[in-house]
Design a protein around this ligand. Structure first.
Ligand code: PAF
Length: 281
């Protein structure tokens, strides 16, 4: 076991098992490259854990959720900076296993949600949510948290994790945290650092498009989508993957927006694919 001033760093499942635990244990699952949105997840976890509980952050770049040819190899892994981030955010325990620790070579079991995963990100990134569900289920089993915190930026992921928790009877509260944004309203993401300065500048169109479409007073999904697309297309470097209006729970496309509706977008700027969403009134 390693320790960075106050943060215990565990890298094996056996070490987690041997660690005395405080209740409630609140988990923030991450892939590292921690930034201010993770800081907010950790802050909410701290609040939830209270003075007697503990905040656990996991850092694991999960190969199973990257499609072939995507950015698994080049995904940022700033180990020291992440440790320092956890220390200054008041994390109690950092679980940072290797790929071999998490996935035995002869593994043959996966966790797959098959309804909510078939749309949006699931269509564009086949196998992605199977990878997410498998690793999140494993982290839940390994770390046995009482609650786990997820960001609303990954709206579909949050819905799928909730469904998995319900369907598989995990006794874990899922806590949702609103999207954290940069000063110019771009949603915080570890992938923002891939953007070159011009792409970064143009990427702010995403939130402009969501806001404009949400506030135009339209109810027809096709009008809302058309408005969002028109705004996004004003950025010459933007290449739209999808713009969809869906039910917030089932993630099925809707014809009219209602009380439980969300507008989601996925857009490439160069090679970098960004996602964002807004709740429609
Ligand atoms: O949102 C993420 O960072 C990842 O998908 C998660 C939940 C840590 C699983 O690898």
């Amino acid at each position: 076991m390693d320790r960075v001033a106050g943060v215990k760093i565990l890298t094996t499942i056996a070490a987690v098992g041997a660690e005395p635990r405080r209740k409630p244990r609140v988990l923030v699952p991450t892939m590292g490259a921690l930034h201010k949105a993770h800081g907010e997840l950790i802050r909410v976890a701290r609040e939830r854990a209270g003075k007697d509980g503990e905040v656990v952050v996991s850092i694991f770049v999960n190969p199973l959720q990257f499609e072939p040819g995507s950015d698994y190899e080049r995904y940022p892994r700033p180990q020291k900076a992440d440790e320092e981030f956890c220390r200054s955010a008041g994390v109690d325990l950092l679980f940072r296993p290797s790929v071999e620790e998490v996935y035995p070579n002869d593994r043959s079991t996966f966790v797959e949600e098959i309804s909510l995963s078939s749309t949006l990100e699931g269509k564009s990134r086949p196998g992605h949510f199977r990878g997410v569900c498998t690793v999140v289920a494993k982290l839940f089993n390994i770390l046995a948290p009482d609650a786990a915190v997820f960001g609303e930026k990954d709206f579909q992921q949050l819905a799928i994790v909730r469904r998995m928790v319900r369907d598989l009877n995990f006794n874990i509260d899922i806590v949702a945290v609103p999207t954290v944004r940069e000063e110019d309203d771009l949603a915080c993401s570890s992938r923002n650092q891939y953007l070159n300065p011009e792409e970064r500048k143009q990427a702010t169109i995403l939130h402009d498009a969501l806001r404009a479409a949400a506030n135009a007073g339209k109810r027809s999904a096709s009008d809302i989508v058309a408005l969002a697309r028109k705004t996004i297309n004003e950025a010459p470097l933007a290449r739209i993957d999808y713009v969809e209006v869906v039910d917030a729970e089932t993630l099925q496309p809707l014809e009219m927006s209602g009380p439980n509706t969300v507008l989601l977008v996925a857009v490439f700027f160069g090679k970098t694919r960004l996602i964002d969403n807004i709740t429609l009134a």
